[in-house]
Design a binder for this molecule. Structure first.
Ligand code: SAM
Length: 211
């Protein structure tokens, strides 16, 4: 049974735990529940719609930065039933929801921590094959580089969504993206990049490999 399905242009993940997480539609195929992955609620979901390939295998260890209440984390958890998702979030409110989600899904390890300080995570994070980041901060690229240096395996895949307006709202997004790319290229080869319109305005997602 496939963990990720594409049907009529929409993506679905095979529910690790029955039922919807954020009121997304659920369909049943041969007795298995599949949850629709909303591109409007999830930037990784938007990335898939824009041609990004799913980097998560059934036993991947994933470091997820900017987990919020776990909308996208829940799909990543579906994709890695034999793996683990370290989900980092520093805001208390979404963290409460994330903890509840993790109670139902054994492969999610919620980390109430600041992604700026990857050395201070409250549990030992093992080397991961995927780092995914969705953090709208001015220093989002530095946060991502630090975490990849600390935890991404040499042959792993990094994915970052860059929100231009959070880095500099006075500059044109295309200028902000150029500067972000220059910084990313210090450590990474850019395998794919695409803007996330029509799902998210002035965002880009990058798929990267360490140099
Ligand atoms: C755009 S939301 C993430 C949405 C989520 N990725 C999803 O698709 O469900 C960004 C999240 O990053 C968190 N965040 C921002 N800066 C952070 C930091 N330095 N460390 C940890 N979390 C951070 C915010 O609190 C917020 O919940």
């Amino acid at each position: 049974m496939k963990l990720l399905l594409k049907r009529k242009g929409r993506y679905y993940t095979k529910a690790l735990v029955p039922g919807s997480v954020y009121e997304e539609p659920v369909i049943t195929i041969s007795g298995n529940e599949y949850r629709e992955w909303s591109p409007k609620r999830s930037k990784l979901g938007a990335g898939l719609r824009k041609g990004v390939r799913n980097p998560v295998k059934d036993s991947s260890f994933v470091l997820y930065l900017g987990a919020a209440s776990g909308t996208t984390v829940s799909h990543v958890s579906d994709l890695t039933p034999k793996g683990r998702v370290y989900a980092v979030e520093f805001a208390p409110e979404p963290m409460k929801h994330l903890v509840l989600l993790a109670k139902k899904r054994a492969n999610i390890i919620p980390l109430f921590a600041n992604a700026n300080k990857p050395g201070d995570y409250p549990v030992k994070v093992e080397p991961v094959s995927v780092v995914f980041q969705d953090i709208a901060q001015k220093n989002q690229v530095q946060i991502f580089r630090k975490n990849c240096k600390a935890y991404l395996k040499k042959d792993g895949t990094g994915l970052i969504t860059v929100k231009a307006r959070s880095i500099d709202s006075t500059k044109k997004p295309s200028i902000v993206f150029k500067a972000a790319e220059k910084e990313l290229r210090k450590d990474f080869k850019i395998l794919k990049q695409t803007r996330l319109e029509p799902y998210e305005k002035d965002h880009k997602i990058y798929v990267l490999k360490l140099k």
